[in-house]
Design a protein around this ligand. Structure first.
Ligand code: AMP
Length: 224
């Protein structure tokens, strides 16, 4: 397989960021997290950040036209030629169609849509304990994935914080938005024959092993 063009799907808190960290180590892929990108823009006070902040704090989605242009540019760039891993995009059918169109103009297509499935109660439980590092958004959990030293990132030593939108009421809104606007993408990619499902209630290592095995099978099938 010449390139792996992947997207990660699933509700907030399913473990997409954790799996993305691991998959980046396995494969040479450009990793793009729209959530991390938008949070960085808010932090830097750019025009994009100013447009996004209030919407993100409410747990809603930033407008399609704001985000589509940014992603289309990223997947067309030189460093995405060997493949990419998108986390948090697409989040609406309009975004999925825009991505499909942009890739097809480049003579490329998605290899797989990786869906990490977790039910709503689990999501709320997980997200309320989630902490991320201030510097690079490395992900921890107060019960299930503790750092070696309290409140300090194992990887880069920065402080661990709770994201503003990880509070319970905002998480409920994000789940509602997920079911209304993002869940239809499951059918969208199922129809195109590229949806792969993973049980997100398993441990991060089990989910990771399963994803790697699936990608290895895809590569084998391509060589046959
Ligand atoms: P995430 O870290 O992926 O949960 O994203 C955090 C927030 O960023 C979301 O709740 C949205 O407000 C915004 N966001 C991230 N990705 C997108 C996207 N593809 N489309 C619209 N809004 C997005």
């Amino acid at each position: 397989m010449s390139e792996l063009n992947l997207i990660l799907l699933g509700p907030p808190g399913a473990g997409k960021g954790t799996q993305a960290e691991r998959l980046q180590d396995d494969f040479r892929l450009l990793y793009v997290s729209t959530g991390n990108m938008l949070r960085a823009a808010v932090e830097e006070g750019t025009e994009l950040g100013r447009q996004a902040k209030a919407v993100m704090d409410r747990g809603e989605l930033v407008p399609d036209d704001v985000i589509i242009g940014v992603i289309v540019e990223k997947v067309g760039a030189e460093d995405a030629q060997d493949g990419f891993l998108l986390d948090g995009f697409p989040r609406t059918v309009t975004q999925a169609e825009a991505l499909e169109g942009a890739l097809s103009e480049l003579g490329r297509s998605l290899t797989a849509a990786l869906l990490i499935d977790v039910d709503d109660d689990d999501v709320v439980r997980r997200i309320s304990g989630r902490r991320v590092c201030q510097k690079a958004n490395h992900v921890y959990h107060v019960d299930t994935n503790r750092p070696k030293h309290d409140n300090v990132c194992d990887i880069d030593g920065s402080r661990l914080i709770q994201r503003d939108d990880d509070r319970e009421d905002t998480v409920r809104t994000r789940l509602k938005v997920y079911h209304e606007q993002t869940a239809p993408l499951v059918e969208f990619y199922e129809e195109r024959g590229i949806l792969k499902r993973f049980d997100g209630t398993r441990s991060p290592t089990e989910v990771h092993d399963h994803i790697r095995a699936t990608l290895a099978t895809l590569r084998l099938e391509e060589q046959i």
